[in-house]
Design a protein around this ligand. Structure first.
Ligand code: MN
Length: 172
């Protein structure tokens, strides 16, 4: 039994060496025509400063912590948005849509012409392209969500509109 095991280990080692040799040979052949692949990149925690949600686009205290920018391969920007109680975005649309994942707290979202909905941790919201909506905290509870927002090649991913009035915010 141990002989069989040793044999199969030897076979495995030979396969690995054969595979490596093939990869090295292929790399050498490609070396003349292709640029080396891009390196893995780690953006370290604590290196992306928090941003305050601008008063033109948000009501109340809102903090945005950038997570990643859009790029050509994954054309969607992500960030964590933390809404203090009563705070919310203005009405807006996204040209390529947006996904929200509620991380903590209890918040609200509303599509134009439809009732406000309560959103809780683990809820995932899809906002289709061009659909007018807002998202924010509950009246007495903060809410943090991850947003993943489809981005146009020119960098545009949101069209801001009017503020959400207190009457609109408080309607249930
Ligand atoms: Mn949105």
């Amino acid at each position: 039994m141990s002989t069989t095991f040793a044999l199969s280990l030897k076979t495995l080692r030979m396969s690995i060496f054969a595979g490596l040799a093939f990869i090295i040979a292929a790399g050498a052949a490609d070396g003349q025509t292709k640029a080396p692949p891009a390196s893995q990149e780690i953006v370290r925690a604590g290196t992306q400063p928090s941003l305050q949600g601008p008063a033109d686009f948000f009501t109340g205290r809102v903090r945005v912590d950038p997570v990643w920018p859009a790029n050509a391969n994954i054309p969607a920007a992500a960030g964590l948005t933390t809404f203090e109680p009563g705070s919310r975005s203005a009405w807006h649309t996204h040209p390529r849509g947006q996904r929200l994942l509620v991380i903590s707290g209890v918040g609200l979202t509303q599509e134009w012409g439809k009732p406000t909905q309560v959103i809780r941790p683990g809820d995932v919201v899809w906002c289709p392209p061009g659909v007018k909506h807002w998202h924010g905290a509950g009246p007495t509870t903060a809410m943090t969500h991850l947003h993943v927002t489809g981005t146009e090649p020119d960098g545009k991913n949101i069209t801001w509109m009017e503020k959400v009035s207190d009457e609109q915010y408080n309607a249930r």
